[in-house]
Design a binder for this molecule. Structure first.
Ligand SMILES: N[C@@H](CCC(=O)N[C@@H](CS)C(=O)NCC(=O)O)C(=O)O
Length: 205
């Protein structure tokens, strides 16, 4: 059984979409980051970085419990454990990892900052401009790549799962998906997947 520590934000939804896609049994442990649950000692023992998501696999490697944080690592672990969405071919696997790292190092942090500064009451025009510009640049990269392939790494993969919940927040960082036709086509295709729909509803209210 996988215990999933999560909340209703993009990084949390990556993990629940993945668990729904691969069909591993899991139970949800909500960590209300708005109320500071992530700073409680019990949770810091699981994730010293005080962020969601994290998992405990009660039946981890060697049949022993395994604790893991960082959403990218979670996706790789769950792919490897389930044997799904994890290409055996080295080129394909590293292409998936490349786009996953692009999400972890670029899309997530930049869209996150864009969201933060757009919503901040005390407006900081330089920061709004900087992160909006970088978000638009990243949408441009995604759009160009998705003009050549159906999914980021060719086949549907954990790179798509990692990127989708951040694009789901496009209105928050004030990006019109209509301006990025290939991203929109890809976004609509993922939105139509039943596992993505179920994963996006976690944690249930
Ligand atoms: N690199 C981390 C980022 C996780 C992250 O930023 N989580 C946010 C929610 S999307 C969080 O828990 N924030 C609470 C806090 O910073 O106190 C990952 O991908 O797991």
């Amino acid at each position: 059984m996988i215990q999933l520590y999560t909340w209703g934000t993009p990084n949390g939804k990556k993990a629940s979409i993945m668990l729904e896609e691969v069909g591993l049994p899991y139970e949800v442990r909500p960590i209300n980051i708005g109320q500071g649950d992530q700073f409680k000692p019990d949770y810091l023992a699981i994730n010293p970085n005080n962020k969601i998501p994290s998992i405990i696999d009660t039946d981890g490697p060697g049949g022993k419990p395994f604790t893991l944080f960082e959403s990218g690592a979670l996706l790789m672990y769950l792919a490897e454990k389930s044997g799904k969405l994890w290409p055996m071919d080295t080129r394909q696997r590293y292409t998936v990892i490349q786009w996953l790292m692009f999400q972890m190092g670029g899309v997530g942090p930049m869209f996150g900052q864009a969201n933060y500064f757009h919503r901040l009451e005390e407006k900081v025009p330089y920061a709004i401009e900087r992160f909006k510009k970088e978000a638009l640049r990243l949408y441009g990269v995604l759009n160009k790549e998705l003009s050549q392939r159906e999914y980021l790494a060719g086949e549907y993969s954990i790179a798509d799962i990692a990127t989708y919940p951040w694009v789901w927040r496009h209105e928050m960082h004030q990006v019109k998906l209509e301006d990025f036709a290939n991203v929109k086509r890809w976004y609509d295709a993922l939105s139509a997947r039943p596992a993505v729909q179920r994963g996006m509803e976690i944690p249930k209210k």
